[in-house]
Design a binder for this molecule. Structure first.
Ligand SMILES: [Zn+2]
Length: 378
């Protein structure tokens, strides 16, 4: 099937030139409308889910309506991290071999390329492959509303391919670190620093002990890292502070180690350093680590063979950041990521898409789908 980059970019522009941050549900809904139109054009079934009022819709798209099991689930998110007004300020811009604009590689091109890969499959092959495409609305917030649905759908699927961008060097992603965010609140007792110091309980002193203890938990060897990122507290230099709030970022390769840290925080909260201090620990977000299982390795080998058929060397990278693949992998379903075109500079004005990679990556994904259909026959 012939591929026209100009036509692709003309199709991509409407997705970039609208504001669709996670907190702009009407924009995400517009992206969903555009995707729905495309898949209806292929004759596929599109179901729309609205999981909460504060987020946009999610799309459940399939060529096999009513199936109880899918051979492959493709995942992409329709939201970006950018606030309203961004699209007007910097719409899709082409410079040489690069495209720029909000969400250009994270991940509007991934959504569009997924559609093009599917569009190019023959009816004979589609008859052999039950495909589910899930487009969610809230990935950039950690998928708080769509996560359960994604995991449920992944469990009905033999494997999951996520079309976030491939790395600038072309690598796909076989592993992603897990991460968690903690809010710590320290409640002490205020008193006058001059006349009643001994009557006070300093929330800052308690926090300071915690900060040092948290740094001690960092293990570069296993990749478990913690960062106390923000801290606020105290009311005046002459007052013993009765309140501090701090935010902690945790990253890990081992889900067991993450649980141990969680238990450690619980223990510390129940055993404060200072008598009379009360500590609240809240885990605000959690994404399990994505590590390849044996089944995932078999899927990696299939992707590598598909690459050979396209005269492409497939390399894998372990990424520090998370995606929805973390959730589906943790559910025990072989999951790989990076099936979009190559790009980088995510979440910044420097975000770019490598135009030369669009055609080849569509062909690679299509080849992977063909290989999945054949492996199903075998
Ligand atoms: Zn993304």
């Amino acid at each position: 099937m012939s591929f026209s980059l100009d036509e692709y970019l003309a199709e991509l522009a409407p997705f970039i030139n609208l504001d669709c941050g996670t907190r702009t549900p009407s924009g995400v809904a517009r992206v969903a409308d555009l995707m729905t139109e495309k898949y209806h054009g292929l004759g596929w079934q599109v179901q729309r889910h609205q999981f909460a009022a504060e987020c946009g819709p999610c799309l459940e798209i399939t060529n096999a309506p009513g199936a109880s099991h899918y051979d492959v689930m493709l995942v992409g998110h329709m939201d970006t991290v950018f606030p309203e007004g961004t699209a007007a300020k910097r719409p899709l811009r082409i410079e040489g071999d690069l495209g720029f604009g909000p969400g250009v590689s994270d991940m509007k091109s991934g959504l569009l390329s997924t559609f093009h890969a599917l569009k190019g499959l023959s009816p004979e092959l589609l008859a052999r492959l039950r495909i589910l495409v899930c487009c969610n609305c809230d990935e950039e917030l950690g998928s708080p509303w769509s996560k359960e649905w994604l995991v449920e759908k992944a469990r009905q699927s033999s494997c999951v391919l996520v079309a976030e961008a491939a790395r600038p060097d072309g690598s796909l992603i076989s592993a992603r670190k897990g991460n968690a965010k903690y809010r710590l609140r320290f409640h002490g007792r205020a008193s006058h620093a001059g006349s009643a110091l001994a009557e006070g309980v300093s929330a800052i002193t308690e926090f300071a002990r915690w900060a040092l203890a948290i740094n001690e938990l960092v293990n570069f060897e296993t990749g478990t890292t913690l960062n106390v990122g923000t801290v606020q507290g105290g009311t005046g230099v002459n007052v013993v502070p009765d309140f501090v709030e701090a935010m902690v970022d945790l990253r890990f390769w081992s889900n067991e180690e993450a649980e141990l840290i969680d238990h450690r925080f619980d223990f510390m909260a129940n055993n404060p350093f200072l008598a009379g201090c009360r500590v609240e620990v809240d885990r605000l977000a959690f994404k399990p680590a994505m590590r390849p299982s044996e089944d995932t390795r078999a899927l990696m080998a299939l992707v590598e063979r598909a690459g050979v058929a396209e005269r492409m060397t497939v390399n894998w990278v372990e990424a520090g950041g998370g995606s929805d693949a973390n959730f589906t992998a943790a559910a025990g379903v072989p999951s790989l990521d990076g099936f979009g075109p190559m790009g980088g500079g995510f979440h910044s004005e420097a975000e770019f898409l490598q135009l030369g990679s669009i055609g080849p990556r569509i062909r690679l994904l299509r080849q992977v789908l063909r290989a999945l259909a054949e492996s199903r026959q075998a």
